[in-house]
Design a binder for this molecule. Structure first.
Ligand code: DC
Length: 221
């Protein structure tokens, strides 16, 4: 069974998807981490972000693996061609580069191929932007999470503080809104809810509350 969780930046997808996967005993796949890994590699190799062919070649040949850390039940370490890029993919530079990289059709085709191979292996909670619309249109449960821009900015600032980075909330809200605008207006698989997705505004909801709602949907399937 596939549970597809889509939504804009910092809408709570990762936290909710991880908790839900744990509760259901399913796998957890963070597709944003895959696009981030390609963006980080492009920056490292100096591939111009407007060179669609070079980006597609890079995505087509990259081996991305998402592995468990010792003692953890869910995967969180991201490897690209064997190199650990877990920290690198969460930098402000990658935040900025990932939208143009993920807008390239050839990059998307390579990532979607891998995502479908992984999904075919069992029960997965998959989070991203196009999971319910493109990657798994037959997913058993499709959810589109949203939250107000202010709340999303506040949540992301707290996440970054945990990683040791200090960012102003207004600056973070501007970055998030710019990325959403880019992701929603691209031609290739833009961010949008699937017609049959259940929309959930998580502003003011606790994680537990959201996970309860999604687990109930999964159990009804
Ligand atoms: O979920 P995230 O913020 O880590 O995702 C990073 C970027 O990757 C996001 O700005 C758009 C892109 N992305 C995408 O285009 N399709 C997906 N399925 C997941 C992420």
């Amino acid at each position: 069974m596939i549970i597809a969780i889509d939504g804009p930046a910092a809408s709570g997808k990762s936290t909710v998807a991880r908790a839900l996967a744990k509760r259901l005993g399913a796998g957890y796949l963070d597709t944003g981490a895959m696009y981030r890994a390609i963006a980080a590699e492009a920056l490292m190799r100096g591939v111009p972000l407007d060179d669609a062919d070079a980006l597609a070649r890079l995505a087509g040949s990259a081996r991305i693996a998402i592995e468990r850390e010792a003692g953890s039940s869910l995967p969180s370490r991201v490897l690209l061609d064997g190199r650990d890029v877990t920290g690198e993919i969460r930098t402000p530079e990658v935040d900025t580069a990932v939208s143009p990289v993920s807008a390239v059709p050839g990059v998307r085709a390579a990532m979607v191929r891998v995502q479908r191979e992984i999904g075919a292996t069992g029960d997965w909670v998959v989070e991203g932007r196009d999971i319910g619309t493109v990657v798994f249109p037959d997913a058993a449960v499709k959810v589109f999470l949203t939250a107000s821009a202010d709340e999303r900015a506040r949540r992301r600032v707290v996440d970054m503080a945990r990683l040791g980075a200090s960012v102003d909330v207004d600056e973070m809200r501007r970055r998030i809104e710019t990325r959403d605008q880019y992701d929603s207006s691209r031609t290739a698989s833009p961010l949008r809810p699937a017609d049959d997705a259940v929309g959930l505004d998580t502003t003011g909801m606790t994680i537990e509350h959201v996970v309860d709602a999604l687990a109930a949907m999964a159990e009804r399937r």
